[in-house]
Design a protein around this ligand. Sequence first.
Ligand SMILES: C[S@@+](CC[C@H](N)C(=O)[O-])C[C@H]1O[C@@H](n2cnc3c(N)ncnc32)[C@H](O)[C@@H]1O
Length: 206
Amino acid sequence: MDRETAFWNKLADKYAQRPIVDEASYQKKLEITRKHLRPGMEVLEIGCGTGSTAIVHAPYVGHIRATDLSTRMVEIAQDKAKAAGIGNVTFDASSVEGLDMPDASFDAVMAHNILHLLEDWERAIADIHRMLKPGGVFVSSTACIRDMMFLFRLIVPVGRALRLFPLVKVFSVAELTGSLEKTGFEIEYEWQPKKNASVFIVCRKR
Ligand SMILES: C[S@@+](CC[C@H](N)C(=O)[O-])C[C@H]1O[C@@H](n2cnc3c(N)ncnc32)[C@H](O)[C@@H]1O
């Protein structure tokens, strides 16, 4: 098992118990996302964690394919979906890098708190663009660490060296939005609930 899978597997049970840091912002993000969902839609979620977001959106779409690197996160997500009586979400343990979906196969893609954890986040954006149908929507929340407090930026490599942190890539909101636009997305909504919080972006494949 690679280092990232082991890190997230070890954290998964604790992650599932953790309360949401900012419940009001989470609810607002769910509400905004829901406005873009329609019955019958095919949705992909990458880095789905323990599945909470996919489970909430499932009743409003046709099917969600929710993926995560961590086998333990996926097991917890499957149990939660079963307990909630949700049958239209398929959870599977696969890395973003290993996703091999046909072109133009999804109406919407969600990526919450994941892009900054990818070695090649710009490649992931390009893959998401490819997998979306024309006019498809991409909804993401991303920690843009280059804009965060200097101290935090300093802590990241130290935490990584001590194996306390997962892989984390450092980029700014401007770099993220620039990459999305360069790839062929039109940004429709951008919201950062507060300083140092993840930036929430809704964009559309041109
Ligand atoms: C910070 S958690 C976010 C989980 C969930 N999206 C949320 O917002 O609560 C990051 C998730 O990304 C997954 N992850 C990390 N690297 C990944 C990769 N390369 N491919 C797929 N999933 C990955 C982890 O296993 C973890 O579940």
